[in-house]
Design a protein around this ligand. Structure first.
Ligand SMILES: CC(C)(COP(=O)(O)OP(=O)(O)OC[C@H]1O[C@@H](n2cnc3c(N)ncnc32)[C@H](O)[C@@H]1OP(=O)(O)O)[C@@H](O)C(=O)NCCC(=O)NCCS
Length: 181
């Protein structure tokens, strides 16, 4: 299959403790437990938006075939969606941005590293994507450590640049398919 096929029919990716999968209306009660929590957004570039405060809005319209992946991260032991992950801003099927967030209570358990590593491997093994990258606030140490554990390299420092709606110092982290070989 190619990237365009997976964008139509979203993948399910299993790790030891997690299942990365499309979300559905049955997940709303689990999402309500953490999506509105302001603490998650400290280095996110913006606070919780309307959909984060009302996750049912995610499922109100039938999903059109999209140009990105937005998948839930299910904790297998609780069968709850405890975070989500994006592969978005896809350019020429060759380069895309990644983003991930986890509920406060599920941070610091290695889940971020487990999910991002599996999503990254999926993209490089099963799609044409050759470069994944992200912006990280210089103060977001957990995210920097997670990215480095997943093989992303710090490629540069942007001083007082725009991260979503916030002006801050941030790093660019990137990983190439050829880095992982
Ligand atoms: C960033 C995030 C996804 C990381 O996921 P996580 O599951 O908490 O991270 P992990 O448990 O895999 O830890 C990765 C490393 O960061 C370290 N770490 C975790 N939380 C930390 C913290 N608050 N401060 C410092 N280091 C931290 C871990 O110890 C680990 O390093 P180690 O292996 O050397 O011990 C998660 O913290 C999160 O959702 N944050 C809020 C949203 C966000 O900022 N997303 C990233 C935007 S770029």
């Amino acid at each position: 299959m190619a990237l365009s096929d997976y964008l139509q029919k979203k993948p399910v990716i299993d790790t030891n403790r997690l299942r990365i999968r499309p979300m559905c209306a049955a997940d709303v009660s689990a999402l309500r437990e953490w999506m509105p929590d302001k603490s998650i957004y400290t280095y996110w570039g913006k606070g919780p938006g309307k959909t984060d405060r009302n996750p049912e809005l995610l499922f109100e319209k039938e999903e059109k075939s999209s140009k990105s992946f937005h998948l839930g991260i299910e904790e297998k032991s609780s069968a709850k969606v405890i975070g989500d992950i994006w592969v978005y801003l896809i350019e020429g099927n060759r380069m895309a941005s990644v983003a991930i967030r986890l509920s406060q209570s599920c941070q610091g358990k290695g889940y971020g590293t487990e999910a991002l590593s599996a999503m990254t491997d999926f993209c490089f093994l099963h799609t044409e994507l050759q470069r994944l990258w992200t912006k990280v606030d210089v103060r977001n140490i957990a995210s920097q450590k997670m990215l480095e554990k997943c093989g992303y390299r710090q490629e540069g420092l942007i001083r007082q640049g725009k991260m979503v709606n916030t002006w801050c110092d941030y790093y660019i982290y990137g990983k190439l398919n050829s880095d992982s070989k």
